[in-house]
Design a protein around this ligand. Structure first.
Ligand code: ADP
Length: 268
């Protein structure tokens, strides 16, 4: 722990004396260290594709100027590096938006079955490319108080990860229960589970997965188009909804990401 000590004199009759203040500054120091790490990470993540782009532009202006095959190949790489920067900026904006919000303002109930259904519709082509089978039998009327765009983002990130990291031919099972069996939320809750049969995650990594830029395998994450921010965004959105994210995994068998959210109760 770190402390700040300040000294002062008191001379307000009848009180005379010396005042010594000890302030525990560990939390402040930790917060400012986290800010510095975050800025360093963002700079590094942006500089890598930028350096590649600059290199290819120079090559295209010089040695590869008249080489049609090289031009085609380099333009392809430049496009994917630019797309990587775009994804990073998009995720940074999402993160800053959810971080700057205290709590979601809730006016309407959100139907989780519909949200997951529409995410699956969007991700079907990606699942098809990976030969991945997704099973989801949507129950009706599982309602939670929340922001539908943000909850859509939660399930997009979780299902996209299950497809990306599950490996070829992986089977993904999504279940949705109107009554969570255990509820650490102390209010009636619902539970949505996204389970894959991929390689799983070593238990050592699990507590850190929702940190910004934390990846189990950085090279694989980048190759898959990951920014390292997906689960940080998921965690923030769920916290804003007063819910909980539970991650369980058995290496060699698969992983399960469970989203536990308070259930909608109609106003009197
Ligand atoms: P990324 O953009 O790298 O996918 P995330 O924050 O979404 O970042 O995930 C963090 C890390 O957690 C990933 O890099 C990956 O190593 C691991 N991970 C996430 N989901 C799964 C999964 N379903 N199976 C195995 N590993 C996963």
């Amino acid at each position: 722990n770190s402390f700040a000590v300040s000294l002062g004199f008191i001379d307000i009759p009848p009180t005379r004396g010396v005042l010594v203040c000890f302030e525990d500054t560990s939390e402040k120091q930790q917060a400012s260290q986290m800010r510095r790490d975050f800025v360093a990470n963002v700079s590094h993540e942006l500089r890598t594709p930028l350096t590649a782009l600059m290199g290819f532009i120079e090559t295209l202006q010089g040695p590869a100027r008249r080489d049609d095959v090289a031009i085609d190949r380099f333009l392809g790489i430049m496009q994917s590096e630019a797309a990587r920067m775009e994804r990073l900026v998009r995720d940074l904006l999402s993160l800053s938006r959810v971080e700057s919000e205290e709590r979601v303002r809730v006016k309407e109930p959100v139907d989780l079955g519909r949200i997951i259904g529409s995410v699956l519709h969007t991700l079907r082509p990606l699942a098809g490319e990976s030969g991945c089978e997704i099973v989801f039998d949507p129950p009706e009327g599982v309602l939670v108080p929340g922001n539908s765009d943000q909850l859509q983002q939660v399930f997009t990130n979780l299902i996209e990860n299950a497809i990306k990291y599950g490996g070829k031919g992986n089977a993904i099972t999504i279940t949705l229960d109107a009554a969570a069996p255990e509820t650490s939320l102390r209010v009636p809750a619902v539970i949505a589970r996204v389970a894959d049969q991929g390689p799983g995650i070593d238990p050592l990594h699990i507590p850190r997965l929702t940190e910004r830029f934390y990846r189990v395998d950085t090279h694989r994450s980048r190759e898959m188009g990951g920014t390292g921010l997906g689960l940080a965004i998921v965690k923030h959105i769920i916290n804003r909804h007063r819910g909980r994210l539970r991650i369980q995994s058995v290496p060699g068998q698969g992983s399960e990401f469970a989203v536990i959210l308070p259930r909608w109760s109609a106003p009197e």
